[in-house]
Write a protein that binds this ligand. Structure first.
Ligand code: IPM
Ligand code: MN
Length: 353
């Protein structure tokens, strides 16, 4: 198969982990006889430095001209400590999601069996945990207007807004996904307080009769935050609004042993985007210590998305091999155990394809 991949390494550890994912994709290409071509583009702080815009038009055009996008990470501390800065790297990521129409972010939370002992949670709690968080990605508090300050700078405002249509399409996608899995969908909201959450429930209730085989339930987000680490095996598919999904999936990554393990797929229109759920980890940038597995697993999701199921499975198997052989970066290494560099882990995984 010929596949055109836009590569957006972004900031911090982004370039290092993308390099390793490309190494693994090269191994897949050679082994299975495909032709992958790559076009690099700028997004985030590096794009601001080069063009003044965190998501330049040129990058958008490159995304549209390719079949899929593989993205690293975004963010730079020089902006975090400068709250009045008008332009921020994260705006690039939000603009990219919005302009590409990527309204659904699928974040699978899975535990590789070989990592059960490395999770900070008890083995009997995390054993068998396997659920997908469907995070709404292009609306809610991240995008609602008004957002900003009053002229006298005495207050700030963010707006959480959802239309019926925005809720309908993401909830349907989650119902469909639950139908392909264990048939259990949990809508996570704060319907005891928020009007947007009450609309989410209303829309979900309206759709439910079309999916009589799906067991549907609702959970308040504060309770969900607790249940996710108390009893993660309860969940099959979770659907939730943008910010709740952002927060809950960082929390859920603990189940897998490390934030450096979780991949994601953002879908919704012609071009799909694949990215690790972690951030740019600026403290580690350039040090060759970050865990490349979340990005490599994102590449596996990318392959599966375009129908290369066997290839995706080969990547997962190679990651599993690295884990069982203890070829892991410092975030996963246990006390006294040798840990490997980003490139050593990536090269080992590529060699196992
Ligand atoms: C994520 C990140 C982003 C988000 C940031 C970098 C804007 O945390 O992809 O989860 O909040 O969506
Ligand atoms: Mn996040």
């Amino acid at each position: 198969m010929e596949l055109k991949i836009a590569l957006l390494p972004g900031d911090g550890i982004g370039p290092e982990i993308i390099d390793q994912a490309v190494g693994v994709l090269n191994a897949v290409e050679a082994k299975f006889g495909h032709k992958f071509t790559y076009t690099k583009a700028l997004v985030g702080a590096c794009a601001i430095d080069a063009t003044g815009n965190p998501y330049p038009d040129e990058t958008h055009e490159i995304c549209l001209a390719n079949d899929v996008v593989l993205f690293g990470a975004i963010g730079d501390p020089k902006y975090d400590n400068n709250p009045t800065s008008k332009v921020r790297p994260e705006q690039g990521l939000l603009a990219m999601r919005k302009k590409l129409g990527l309204f659904a972010n699928l974040r699978p939370i899975q535990l590789f069996a070989s990592l059960a002992d490395r999770s900070p949670l008890k083995k009997e709690v995390v054993d068998g945990a396997d659920f997908v968080c469907v995070r709404e990605l292009t609306s809610g508090m991240y995008f609602g207007e008004p957002q900003g300050r009053d002229e006298a700078n005495t207050y700030a405002v963010d707006t959480c807004k959802y239309t019926r249509e925005e809720i309908d399409r993401i909830v349907r996608l989650a119902f469909d996904l639950a139908g392909k899995r264990r048939g259990h969908l949990t809508v996570v909201d704060k319907a005891n307080v928020l009007e947007t959450s009450r609309l989410w429930r209303e829309v979900a209730q309206g759709i439910a009769p079309e999916y009589p085989n799906i067991k549907l339930d609702y959970m308040f987000v504060d309770n969900a935050a607790m249940q996710i680490i108390r009893q993660p095996t309860y969940f099959d598919v979770v659907v939730t609004e943008n910010m709740f999904g952002d927060i809950l999936t960082d929390e859920a990554s603990v189940i897998s042993g490390s934030l450096g393990m979780l991949p994601s797929a953002s879908i919704g229109s012609k071009v799909a985007l694949f990215e690790p759920i972690h951030g740019s980890y600026p403290q580690a940038a350039g040090k060759n210590i970050a865990n490349p597995m979340a990005t490599i697993l994102s590449a596996a999701m990318l392959l599966e998305h375009v129908g290369l199921t066997e290839e995706g499975a080969a990547v997962r198997k190679a990651v599993d091999k690295a884990l069982t052989e203890g070829v892991v970066t410092e975030d996963l290494a246990q006390k006294g155990e040798k840990c490997y560099s980003t490139s050593e882990v990536g090269e080992y995984i590529a060699s196992q394809i």
